[in-house]
Design a protein around this ligand. Structure first.
Ligand SMILES: NC(=O)c1ccc[n+]([C@@H]2O[C@H](COP(=O)([O-])OP(=O)(O)OC[C@H]3O[C@@H](n4cnc5c(N)ncnc54)[C@H](O)[C@@H]3O)[C@@H](O)[C@H]2O)c1
Length: 254
């Protein structure tokens, strides 16, 4: 098994459609002990239901809007696991009004909320958990093509993903000193709660399925497959990269 004996965190999961859940589930099936994150106690109830009857799972809560929660999380993880072999950052948020209409109308408040939850949270998490990461550990985050291509409605989230992808490259340099890899999985649009926050997501999914080179759908499970490669020792020579999981949509021009 690819992750036999490894321990890691997947932050955060809301329900069975969360990309984070597909990653946590597959990591567990590959032999890992997985700490699954929920944003708050209310969302934790849903996560607990997903974990019923399953072994080698634990739960943690963290809301990245609250600075003090990073240390609380790190203390809880240190107590439960000691050290970590992997970390999955699977978080994105922007106020709903910022994900429709014109990008030019983005307010400073919307910008700051989105950047904090979706991009700075990755940096802050790595900062806080660095002492707990084993040498040669693997860290991944989830991004989207809207980081480098402009499209209607994705708006400020495109800037967040650009910042997130740049963070991955800079974190790779810092953490590479200890052999820790940092990479990005970039799925095409997927029907999740966050996905539905972007106006017109179902049309985007249909468009990608029509145009992409691979004439079969991709989704949470395919994203999780790519994540297994990046979290496992198979990818020990790979850092700072973006791995697209979109049936090849991102390479098509016409
Ligand atoms: N769904 C898509 O089309 C798509 C495509 C490419 C990338 N992604 C990315 O995948 C990742 C997971 O999203 P998903 O589609 O599985 O949706 P999801 O809604 O299931 O997961 C997003 C998670 O982020 C958490 N979150 C939001 N704000 C938070 C905060 N302030 N503090 C802590 N947690 C917070 C939510 O609780 C939720 O668990 C995100 O980074 C998203 O941008 C999604």
């Amino acid at each position: 098994m690819l992750l036999e004996g490894k321990k890691g965190l997947v932050l955060n999961v809301t329900n069975k459609n969360s990309i984070g859940w597909a990653i946590a589930d597959q990591a567990n099936l590959q032999g890992a002990t997985v700490g699954v994150g929920a944003q708050n106690e209310r969302l934790l109830e849903g996560v607990d239901k997903l974990l019923e009857g399953r072994e080698r799972f634990d739960t943690f809560t963290i809301d990245f809007s609250f600075e003090e929660q990073y240390k609380i999380l790190a203390d809880a993880v240190a107590e439960k696991y000691g050290k970590l072999d992997f970390l999955v950052h699977s978080v994105g948020y922007a106020p709903r009004e910022a994900l429709q209409g014109r990008f030019i109308d983005t307010t400073l408040e919307q910008f700051q909320i989105a950047m904090n939850a979706s991009a700075y949270s990755m940096v802050r998490l790595c900062q806080e958990l660095e002492p707990l990461m084993n040498d040669d550990a693997s860290i991944i985050t989830l991004s989207y093509l809207g980081s480098t291509r402009a499209m209607k409605s994705y708006n400020v989230m495109g800037l967040c993903k650009a910042a997130l992808e740049a963070s991955v490259r800079y974190l790779s340099i810092d953490l590479g000193e200890r052999g820790i890899r940092v990479n990005t999985v970039s799925p095409g649009p997927v029907n999740t709660i966050s996905g539905r926050g972007v106006k017109g997501i179902m049309g985007m999914i249909d468009h990608v399925h029509d145009v992409a080179p691979l004439k079969r759908p991709y989704g949470q499970s395919e994203a999780a497959g790519a994540a297994m490669y990046l979290l496992s020792d198979l990818s020990k020579g790979v850092t700072g990269q973006i791995l697209f999981v979109d049936s090849g949509y991102s390479i098509v021009a016409m």
